[in-house]
Design a binder for this molecule. Sequence first.
Ligand code: WTA
Length: 681
Amino acid sequence: MSPIDVEEDTAVISAHWREESYIRPAAQFIAQANLTDPGVFERFSEKNFPECFREYGAMLDWDQPWHTMLDSSNPPFFKWFVGGKLNACHNCVDRNLQKHRNKTAFYFVPEPEGEPVVSLTYQQLHRRVNEMAAMLREFCGLKRGDRVTLHLPMTLELPVTMLACARLGVIHSQVFSGFSASACAHRIADSGSRVLITMDAYYRGGKLLDHKRKADTTALESDKTGVKVEKVLVWRRRPGEYHSEAPMVAGRDFFVDEALAGCKRREVAPEIMDANDTLFLMYTSGTTGKPKAAQHSTGGYLAYVAGTSKYIEDLHPEDVYWCMADIGWITGHSYIVYGPLAVAATSVIYEGVPNFPDAGRPWRIAEALGVNIFHTSPTAIRALRRAGSDIPLQYNYHFKHMTTVGEPIEPSTWRWYWEVIGKREAVIVDTWWQTETGGHLCSTVPGIHLMKPGANGPGLPGIYPTIYDENGHELPPGSHTAGNICIRNPWPGRMLTIWGDDERFVKTYYARYSKPGSKDWRDWPYFAGDGALRAEDGYIRILGRIDDVINVAGHRLGTKELEAACLTVPEVAEAAVVPVPDDIKGALPEVYASLHPGVAAGEALAEKICSAIVEQIGAIARPRGIWLVPDLPKTRSGKIMRRVLTAISCGHDAGDVTTLANPEIVEELRALVRNKTAGGR
Ligand code: WTA
């Protein structure tokens, strides 16, 4: 299989992009940037590796200094800052009290425009985190090493809870609030959490959504797997009022505001953790059906997100920074909470959707709070663009820096971002990275490099990317051939392992190009699973996933997970899910399902499959179409040819189908899809 087979369409489109010309960042930006010295690349060059990362380590407070920068004796289980001890909450909260006590740490912007913005200073954050930590320790009996699952929406209570866990050395596992009860139950069972922390309700799209309701199903489903949820802690969106239809279960469910009443003014000493102790788990989708948890470290992770927040996001304590991602994804953990707080920035948390009540909302928020650094995804930019170029112009805000992340951005969308949202004043960084990598890997350094629309940029300081072909040969810069992007070296932000599955960790990220048995880190390149091109100037352009992952609006969904959900519908015999390009969201899943003999296709059945997906995964996975078909195209060995289905969905040529066991099905499916007569919807 060629490396870009699965993402053929994205790859083909991208490979036809012409090389764009460079754009120079504004002089005003460069004059104030944290990093303008190109010597940084010499400092972080291979000859100074791994000691170069001392520069990031030095951005933190350590209770005990490390004795070894990198222990690479057991690849690929690399350890950073070995011997070092620290606490992440201390580094994000306590140490900022000295200089920034009364400075805003977080602005919380409720979705209803009539509700006032809340500003939480570092002092107030310290108080709230301490009280929460006391409650978790005393009321729930949580201690270092325990896991806790959070299923919290975008409100202040989410970072307060995360930081309280970090203070105690408790490992938090936040599940995106849009995920379903089943998805949450799976993550509780996998992580072995005894406590679930949720909220009664939150605003989204103008509605107060009942969220606690999910917790009941979650607990039930998790109990069935043998992992019993002993306590469900329920934050109330408005303390004292309960906005959920779901009854509180006596002995299991507790309101956080009530439980906190006994913890007023309590202080809890931060637990002194080893640099390689786990800070949190973040689940993500991969090639097999089961989501896996990236297990992130305390020292390496925090040093890496602090360093990249300072150099790539270019955050200063004086800035007001707004990242529109959800804290339930890695972007929010690294670049709304841990990174920004570690460099004492002010970070904005917005509860709702960007276009509520209208597409001017983001710019009203930016104008009112003086946001000067903005961070979002290509999907959001495309949606804002569709709403009209005149809208941002009506507001008097000014960004000096903007980020794009999560999926490839087309040059035309990039230009619109730069011209219209950024008013040609803001520098743009297109940061490529992953849940597993903790922080940015490839991007321009905004105070050093020229920008090139649609390209990410070179490896960050201390990150040495390479592109391999199928046989492990390096494709030189400027070869105009796409291959598999790898990072040749370890770096501090990389996850420690996959929670509970070292074998899967090695297999997924290292089996492809490493030399088993070698003790030299140079023989262990990290395999990211993305197709990429590298131009003469060393700028990387990511084309998309090469595995069975669909990137919907920058969110990774495993095709196998979606297929497994379809197969829970008893009428379905086989199912295949493929990505189809979408103007706004980049890609959307489309389902092809064959039914058991004697079962009639129909709209009701398609609806049933759709509900199964939404219930088991979440509304973000809702397919664009569902085709109920007589059979799926298969190879002689029985492998479903998803590439052929993608071509049918997109109306493209399916290429060579002679290797199929049932080549005649291709024309049949094409006709069904064209005429929408396949029980489709
Ligand atoms: C894709 C999100 C192009 C890529 C931080 C990667 C990108 C996956 C970019 C990780 C970008 C992320 N340009 N593609 N700037 N950023 N991706 O784990 O396919 O949710 O492998 O982490 O998103 O998604 P994840």
